[in-house]
Ligand binder design. Structure first.
Ligand code: FPP
Length: 224
């Protein structure tokens, strides 16, 4: 039995959730943010050290402009609405991915939130934004090479996730069984959990069940 320290989630199925109800996709994303809010609160209550959420991938730019701007708008509103709660509850925000190439208003908002939560030492909420794992690994390897040493440790130290606890559990919702360029390096020894639940229906009880399942798994890291 071991307790998970770092959980990551590929939040999939917002579009299908909306389609099933004959609602616009944007409503599925809105309900997705409500699920984010409750799951982040639960992660803090359950004492997770880090929760990493895949909010926007480098491939998501291929979606229609209207959907991309709806997602960016939702992210902005979530940070604005919940920043005081993060501060009050000792939640530290961290962003992974090339967020600096997003629009200036979002970059400013994120940097303000990062600065205001930087000294918190409770749960770290890691939001993957404009994130692609292959891109992250290539950037980290180039940095390591520039410093003259390419090893597993030196690459790991240059990844966007440097300093976070090792990834214990990777969850993907909505029944899809793939990693979609998310935390490929970090997932080397992570447990995987693929659940049928669509992201807007994912609740703190689902997170609790996932952590219980993790605690019951035997991890051997290649040994026996
Ligand atoms: C997958 O659903 C979800 C996304 C591409 C984005 C996830 C983003 C949010 C939940 C909102 C913003 C994030 C934060 C952290 C506030 P999909 O559209 O791929 O669903 P489908 O596969 O059913 O079409």
């Amino acid at each position: 039995m071991s307790k998970a320290r770092h959980v990551a989630i590929i939040m999939d199925g917002n579009g299908r959730w909306a389609k099933k109800r004959h609602l616009p996709r944007a409503v599925g994303h809105q309900r997705g943010v409500e699920a984010v809010r409750e799951v982040v609160r639960a992660a803090r209550r359950m004492g997770l050290e880090a929760l990493t959420l895949y909010a926007f991938s480098t491939e998501n730019w291929r979606r229609p402009e209207e959907e991309v701007s709806a997602l960016m708008g939702l992210l902005k509103r979530y940070i604005i609405a919940d920043l005081e709660e993060f501060i009050a509850n000792n939640v530290r925000l961290k962003i992974i991915g090339n967020y600096k190439s997003l629009s200036a208003d979002i970059v400013d908002l994120l940097e303000d939130a990062l600065a205001k939560t930087a000294h918190n030492d409770g749960t770290t909420l890691v939001v993957a934004l404009n994130y692609g794992s292959q891109d992250e690994i290539a950037r980290a390897a180039a940095q390591a090479a520039a410093k003259g040493e390419v090893t597993i440790e030196s690459i790991g130290a240059e990844l966007d996730t440097a300093g976070l606890p090792p990834l214990d559990l990777l969850i993907r919702t909505s029944g899809e069984v793939r990693l979609s360029n998310f935390l490929l390096w970090q997932a080397a020894y992570a447990e995987m959990l693929f659940v049928e639940t669509l992201w807007p229906d994912f609740t703190p009880a689902h997170l609790e069940a996932a952590l219980a399942e993790f605690a019951g798994r035997e991890r051997r890291y290649g040994g026996r």
